[in-house]
Write a protein that binds this ligand. Structure first.
Ligand code: ADP
Length: 525
């Protein structure tokens, strides 16, 4: 089918009632209809579903949509059925269907009635289904929440890893992969695993210009929270905690302080959860204290603040959760409380996990620490994490975080930047960030021993300064693209071309003096 601009828009109107495409939807859909593989990175709420739903409705055959969550699939199918007279237009195929239901699904597909088939990855692997899919026309495969493929993501699902081989067995059809949380590392992993390196990549900006980001040390935390809520009386907000117990505790604390708060976590029964959700939506309660169970599918546009009682386990989660503030484009204050001790607790928890999971978990946590401790533009840091450049002087939202509002003292660190880069080079670009720091401050570890580094003249070359200072220099070198973390080797630092240029011809390298939260807290308490 030729996808002219005009008929695409008329289909959009006909099926969804919208007059215009959002963001890059039009280009994405055109590419897919032209049988190209497509990779879509869009923040939550960007309008990803439509990118496969509309072309599915316009194409011959059935689109197979892989999604990890049965509840989300059901929601989508119900919504799609609302736009057609025939319920067969969309189906879910999973193990909960009985024989006759499965037969109905298959008949509808064979007769060309079904345009979209939602499947969980584990259902797709069944031999009998594979044989069936071979016998029908598949318009394309859509892989939703594609980051689940990557062990480097925050939500790895092993069943996703086999998708490509199953798709190959079924036959040749384009693939559209979609995700809201792809760092460059995860993106590369997804494309490689799905064999779609030459896919067209569409990436929306992740910059949420109306959100204000702030990190506070955990000092008198409960008082700080109560004070903030009282100052913002009547505004809706969410407070995320890592445990159910904490959720209950904080809810009570707020209630006795006259704040209209309710709890939300997976330990509450379904009825209570849905009641609390409604209370929040209908503004019978202004604050929800919740675990991460809260938020899937929550679309309250005027959430004015999101607080993290504890730092989340990854910046993906942080971005996702803070992203629930200010969806209407209005005020959205995001305050997270940071204490390095919490990170150590999470690390201990990871220690009992299998090696691969542990390493990734640690890596994700180290990014959280870097974000919390940095003195640079938080927006720039976050966007860099998601592979996006941001101009922290003139970019939209440049002034919208604690560091940029109250800048820390800047210092010239050109010489130290060169020293750090030289150490990376002289150790043959084999070390990870913490190991480089240890070499700089002259701390013997099993790694420095195994490479015999203590006898080198650069060992301890930076010992006049503390390790957190060097960490901050190295983080800045990464953020400014003079160093990069290699993906395959779990974060070994490599010097980029810009880094080499910098060594031979150093330019000004100003950094803000990073605060050492560990010190701050021990002094304060
Ligand atoms: P995502 O999956 O990226 O989080 P959704 O597909 O759930 O986003 O879409 C977010 C919202 O945007 C939905 O309410 C959807 O109806 C709406 N939407 C999608 N495309 C358009 C469009 N072209 N015009 C107006 N609203 C749209």
């Amino acid at each position: 089918m030729e996808a002219t601009s005009k008929n695409l828009t008329s289909y959009l109107k006909k099926y969804f009632g919208f007059d215009q495409f959002k963001g890059q939807q039009h280009e994405i859909i055109t590419s897919l209809l032209n049988k190209e593989d497509v990779f879509v990175l869009m923040p939550t709420g960007g309008g990803k579903s439509l990118c496969y739903q509309l072309p599915a409705l316009m194409s011959d055959g059935v689109a197979i949509i892989v999604s990890p969550l049965i509840a989300l699939m059901k929601n989508q199918v119900d919504a799609i059925r609302g736009i057609s007279e025939n319920d067969g237009i969309a189906h879910v195929l999973n193990s909960s269907l009985n024989k006759s239901e499965t037969k109905t699904v298959m008949t509808d597909i064979k007769e060309g009635v079904t345009k979209m088939l939602y499947v969980a990855p584990e259902s797709l692997t069944k031999e009998e289904y594979i044989d069936f899919f071979k016998s029908v026309k598949i318009s394309f495969f859509a892989i939703d929440e594609a980051h689940c493929i990557s062990e480097w993501g925050h939500d790895f699902r092993p069943e996703y890893r086999n998708l490509k081989s199953i798709i190959n067995k079924i036959g040749d059809a384009p693939i559209i992969a979609l995700t809201a949380t792809a760092t460059p590392k995860v993106q590369e992993d997804i494309q490689k695993t799905l064999g779609m390196q030459s896919a067209k990549v569409f990436k929306d900006s992740f910059n949420r210009t109306n959100l204000f980001y702030e990190i506070r040390p955990k000092v008198d935390q409960d008082k700080q929270i109560i004070k903030f809520i009282k100052q913002n009386d009547g505004k809706s907000g969410v407070i995320y905690c890592l445990s159910r117990k904490k959720v209950e505790e904080i809810t009570q604390l707020l209630q006795v302080n006259g704040i209209n708060a309710i709890p939300y976590h997976a330990g509450l029964d379904a009825k209570t959860r849905s009641k609390h959700q409604d209370m929040f939506l209908m503004e019978d309660a202004s604050v929800v204290v919740a675990t991460i169970a809260f938020g899937m599918g929550i679309d309250k546009p005027d959430v004015r603040f999101v607080m993290h009682y504890d730092m989340p386990k990854s910046l993906e989660s942080y971005y996702q959760e803070t992203g629930r503030a200010g969806r209407d484009g209005g005020e959205g204050v995001c305050i997270a409380f940071y204490d390095y001790k919490d990170i150590e607790k999470l690390e201990k928890f990871l220690a009992s996990k299998p090696v691969a999971e542990r390493e990734v978990g640690m890596q994700l946590l180290s990014e959280v620490v870097a974000y919390a401790e940095t003195s640079m533009s938080r927006r720039k840091f976050l966007l860099h994490y998601f592979g996006e450049e941001f101009d922290d002087k003139n970019g939209e939202g440049a002034n919208m975080d604690d560091n940029m509002r109250n800048p820390k003292k800047m210092i010239e660190a050109k010489d130290d930047a060169v020293i750090a880069l030289n150490v990376v080079q002289k150790t043959n670009q084999k070390l990870k960030l913490n190991d480089v720091v240890n070499v700089l401050v002259g701390k013997e570890t099993s790694i420095t021993k195994s490479y015999n580094l203590s006898s080198e003249d650069f060992f301890g070359i930076g010992k006049a300064k503390e390790d957190y200072y060097w960490k901050s220099i190295l983080r800045q070198l990464i953020v400014r693209n003079l160093l990069e973390k290699e993906i395959e080797s779990y974060g070994v630092l490599k010097i980029t071309k810009e880094g080499k240029d910098f060594i031979s011809k150093p330019t000004s390298f100003e950094i803000a003096e990073d605060i050492d939260f560990k010190k701050l807290l021990s002094e304060g308490s």
